[in-house]
Design a protein around this ligand. Structure first.
Ligand SMILES: [Zn+2]
Length: 118
């Protein structure tokens, strides 16, 4: 299968801020940056995995969104993973909306679950 050239943002590493305050460094960066870092890690991991669709970005993007919260759970609580999931949904849409060939029509994107009321 011939693949289209991926959009540049798809493989760009998560941005690293040049200057960060000690407080922000301690928190590990902004939430969207944590989500983007996890997103990139999961995405590239599925490209490296030995499976049939490793070179198919639509399938890899689907796996990225499906396994995003599972990957987050390697170093975060379920609540933290759920809080960052909307950023993952935004990243998914950022690629699949302008480039429809990156959307796998068979992909079932997990919904974001509203956090319980305090
Ligand atoms: Zn990719």
């Amino acid at each position: 299968m011939e693949l289209h050239e991926p959009p540049p943002q798809l493989h760009r590493a998560a941005p690293v801020p040049v200057r960060r305050s000690p407080e922000r460094r301690q928190r590990g960066g902004a939430a969207w940056q944590q989500a983007a870092g996890t997103w990139t890690l999961v995405h590239e991991a599925f490209h490296l995995r030995h499976w049939r669709f490793r070179r198919n970005d639509a399938k890899v993007l689907c796996q990225t969104i499906v396994y995003f919260t599972d990957a987050m759970r390697l170093g975060a609580t379920e609540q933290q993973a759920n809080e960052l999931y909307p950023y993952a949904l935004a990243l998914y849409r950022q690629v699949t909306q302008p480039y429809p060939w990156y959307r796998d029509p068979a992909c079932i994107v997990p919904p974001w679950i509203l956090p319980p009321r305090p």
